[in-house]
Write a protein that binds this ligand. Sequence first.
Ligand code: CO
Length: 136
Amino acid sequence: MIGALNHIAIAVPNLDEAMEKYAGPLGAKVGKPKDLIEHGVTVVFIDLPNTKIELISPLGKNSPILSFMKKNPAGGIHHICYEVESISNAISKLTKDGAMILGDSKPKIGAHGNPVIFLHPKDFNGTLIELEEVKS
Ligand code: CO
């Protein structure tokens, strides 16, 4: 069901500093920050030849990544995102297989304007997984 790796998300305490590190020492092509109010994060994408890195930092007092930042004050890998052809097919398959979809099990619109869901890390070896519907 899953296709290409769309991105790896790294949570960072300071977005500007992280962007400078990627643009400077690592010499990467860093995009512009975007507030995702519904997800409680500010994101910046970094384009690599074969995938993307998503730098995320908390936005607002109820940001879902605040507890992660408390456990990982210097930042860390937060989730990985795989592409799927159909988010609704993915939801029905995962629900049937007993996997836990975070939130209300309904897709939200993600950073690229596509529907996304998140799967509970306890079902997948301690890794938070995002699935994004990407039409090929
Ligand atoms: Co993501």
